[in-house]
Design a protein around this ligand. Structure first.
Ligand code: ZN
Length: 149
């Protein structure tokens, strides 16, 4: 178990040090800002959505290792997915980070299992879910920044 935990921490550290899809997206047609006042995490997500398919996803912002890794992995996951698929996975991800519950047979959720340890630290749940709240706001092109509070 501790080896697994170490591996998970390495994945989170790797994404937070070398975030994927970092930077503005010139041809974005959806975007939103998110803020987690508890920790000070800020994120802006840019999407290019065609029909109901997310063709491109990038982000900017700054935050703690968990929030940065979460948004980095989310933008990787979202590319090529349907909006409804991201919304459905958010429900499972939320159970994972709040209850540590992991639904079997979901390859997408398997990759996100690195965040299961967050469930032991309620203060950090909002760091992990900020990206997801923000991408949902981006789907609706919300002008107001979303806050986890
Ligand atoms: Zn944070």
């Amino acid at each position: 178990m501790s080896e697994l935990r170490e591996l998970y921490q390495q994945v989170i550290l790797d994404h937070s040090k070398k975030p994927r899809n970092f930077g503005p997206l010139a041809n974005a047609n959806c975007q939103a800002d998110g803020y987690n006042p508890l920790c000070g995490d800020k994120v802006k997500i840019y999407l290019k959505i065609n029909g109901d398919v997310i063709e491109e996803a990038t982000f900017e912002g700054s935050g703690c290792a968990i929030s940065t890794a979460s948004v980095s992995m989310l933008t990787e996951f979202a590319k090529g997915k349907k909006v409804s698929e991201v919304n459905a996975l958010f429900d499972k991800f939320h159970l994972l980070v709040t209850e540590g519950l992991h639904e079997e047979g979901s390859p997408d959720l398997d990759k996100l299992e690195v965040f299961a340890g967050v469930s032991e630290f309620p203060m950090r749940v909002k760091c992990a879910t900020l990206a997801w709240h923000t991408i949902k706001a981006a789907f609706e092109n919300k002008k107001e920044a979303v806050s986890t509070e």
